[in-house]
Design a protein around this ligand. Structure first.
Ligand code: NAP
Length: 312
């Protein structure tokens, strides 16, 4: 498995399995299939509501010697209703218990957005907490404590833009080790990647294939003419071109699939090598097309707007 490196020398697999929207009855088989064919990174989150089944699959794989715990890299995420420092340790303990693990490899603050305690999915602005009441830096100090306590090896954030990363770095002691954000050829985010590289923050591309909603677009990524032509040139599939492109930019990619053929197809992207001309052509596809806009947190009577989430 190709890997990126953390500052302490730990390896971070360049390709992992996403689990969002993998139904509980599907994700068990998907995780085992992925491990059997060579995946060593599983991307999870409390809010995906399938950690228990991921944990059962991991436990099976460890118990039957399919893979060793230390060979796997497991990520989970702190949900927005658990940002208060008093709730953070309980939140990671719940994910650890779901996943049947003693320690995570990586724990991420899922969004730079806070909900009131106990709210999984807000129904209106009254369910949200503004960031001046629940500052990201206070949540981050709670994340730092988890690392010191040995509950997670690495800590990071997700969906953070440059101003939010800059402020977090200025206000706290340990900088995020990873920023997991939406990245694909239609949303390339060069400036954010350059900033992360400069600050030694590893970047993970979520929705690396554009996500499930992209599939409904007539001119979606997988139908794109250039990507199809490059797939023909390299005797591979458009998905493999897209994932190889993501990894060649220095990111880790976490495509989700519950389909055994597509799970293997995505892993085989590790063998695809794009040349400089291919990379230059894909660069021209950028449309700044964001699929995950955080609609779930934007209400007319709430403290968050698209601008406050993505631009401020
Ligand atoms: N941090 C965050 O806020 C955040 C947000 C979104 C996602 N994520 C993480 O990133 C992971 C990946 O993102 P995503 O699930 O949004 O999108 P994605 O991986 O870009 O796309 C997943 C969709 O593409 C299909 N697919 C997978 N491989 C394919 C292939 N080779 N050919 C054709 N279709 C294929 C999947 O269907 P099948 O399952 O039927 O194959 C599914 O509908 C998530 O699962 C989650 O772990 C994190």
């Amino acid at each position: 498995m190709k890997t990126l490196k953390f500052k302490n020398g730990d390896s971070f697999p360049s390709l992992g399995l996403g689990t969002w929207l993998a139904r509980p009855n599907e994700v068990y088989d998907a995780v085992l299939e992925a491990i059997r064919c060579g995946y060593r990174h599983i991307d999870c989150a409390y809010i995906y509501k399938n950690e228990v089944e991921v944990g059962m699959a991991l436990n099976y794989a460890f118990s039957y010697g399919i893979v060793k715990r230390e060979e796997m890299f497991i990520t989970s995420k702190l949900w927005n209703c658990d940002h208060h420092p008093d709730r953070i340790e309980n939140a990671i303990q719940r994910s650890l218990s779901n996943l049947q693990l003693k320690k995570l490899d990586l724990y991420l603050m899922h969004w730079p957005i806070a909900f009131k305690a106990g709210i999984d999915v807000p129904e209106g602005g009254e369910d949200l907490l503004p960031l001046d009441e629940m500052p990201l830096s206070e949540t981050w100090l709670g994340m730092e404590r988890l690392k010191r306590k040995g509950l997670t090896e690495h800590i990071g954030v997700s969906n953070f833009n440059i101003p939010k990363l800059r402020k977090l770095i200025a206000d706290t002691r340990i900088r995020p080790e990873v920023n997991q954000v939406e990245l694909h050829p239609f949303l390339q985010q060069d400036e954010l990647l350059d900033y992360c590289r400069k600050e030694k923050i590893l970047a993970t591309a979520y929705s690396p294939l554009g996500g499930r909603r992209m599939a409904n677009l007539e001119d979606g990524l997988l139908q794109n003419q250039l990507l199809r032509a490059l797939a023909e040139k390299h005797a591979c599939t458009p998905s493999q071109v897209i994932l190889a492109w993501g990894m060649q930019r220095g990111c880790s990619v976490i495509p989700k699939s519950v389909n055994p053929e597509r799970i293997r197809e995505n892993l085989a992207a590790l063998r695809v090598k794009l040349d400089a001309e291919d990379m230059a052509q894909i660069k021209k596809l950028d449309r700044n097309l964001r699929m995950a806009k955080a609609d779930f947190a934007v209400f007319p009577n709430g403290p968050y707007t698209y601008q406050s989430i993505w631009e401020d």
